[in-house]
Design a protein around this ligand. Sequence first.
Ligand code: MG
Ligand code: MG
Length: 427
Amino acid sequence: MFILLLGAPGSGKGTQGKILAERLGLPKITTGDLLRAAVKAATPLGREAKKFMDDGKLVPDSVILNLIKEELAKPEAWTGAVLDGFPRTAAQAELVDRRLGERGQRLNHILLLDVPEEELVRRMTGRAAAEGRRIPARHGPLDRPLRAARHRASGARDGRGRRHRRGDQAHHRAMITIKSPREIETMAAAGRVVAETLALVARHVRPGVSTEQLDRVAEDFIRSHPGARPSFKGLYDFPATLCTSINQEVVHGIPSPRRVLKEGDLLSVDVGVWRDGLHADSAATFPVGPVSPEAQRLLQVTRDALSAGVAQARAGNHVGDIGHAVQQVAEGAGFSVVRELVGHGIGSSFHEDPQIPNYGKPKRGPRLMPGMTIAIEPMVNVGGPEIRTLEDKWTVVTEDGSLSAHFEHTVAIVENGGLPRILTVAD
Ligand code: MG
Ligand code: MG
């Protein structure tokens, strides 16, 4: 019997896998253990892997594939095994299918350990502390709920603390997940609540209203839907349902009774909804009463930049095509795009790979495939692209104090290179 355990780091795959393996008398195979053992024994594959690890690089999938191949060929894995956290790339899945198929076997059971993201973060930070490791600085709220990106050419994948488990390099690759049609329908159901929440908030935006009042309206509305809850609340310890960012604030503003809207303000509202296991994410910037011509133009340009990005989100295109289109529109209008914060893949985790920068070059970056779900979210500044984070550790503002706007949709890449399905729309 072959059992596959899936789940994010911290979901308990290791613990549950060990219990299952002991009870069923099967070996438990994890790519992390295979790697460690191979490196320790200095096997040819272990020596190859070590070279990458010593350079601080990810061990390539080709090495992992060979390790898996070797392991499945061992007599103890002839009749079954508990596979912990792999296959997790298409190539690994094909290999496992092929190897088992050749022997007239198949994966018999697939168990998904679904743990809420805030609990995962709690466990992983606890684990890091227990092991005496410093929690990576970027694990702070600074880059949440949007993820700050350091777009280094390589190794930019250490964005989240949960990827810092030692010996887990094998799992760092290809975190891009492909959703089934059913999962996409669930995300669309979450997305409908997101869109309706934004529409509801828009109806409440007026001078004299505090951002905390808006937050309460939004949270009540989201929770009135069975199986739904706000994605942000508790995510990386963010305290609210909405991010409410006013004028020169770009993103991640915390709703507060002291932040009262006044005529002429721009209010950016970002909201995510988790529903039946999957997230959807959207944002919009609203004018508070009449606003300046420049502010109006910023809203229109940012909306257009989002549309241009969405139009590039087609199977066969690359992530760079999206960023390029966004950048062309924003910079073509004399504005700038924020570079340190990016869009993202989204699914059972709020932030998944790939990162979706708002700048880029055509035909660069990961290729888009049907079933990928991504949040595209231009943040456009009237002045320069530079940003900084306030002392509350959350609110991101433009360095030069200029106005900023933010529009976002979650979209699903469809077959045959067609325009994507926008999931964050109302019926
Ligand atoms: Mg968002
Ligand atoms: Mg987002």
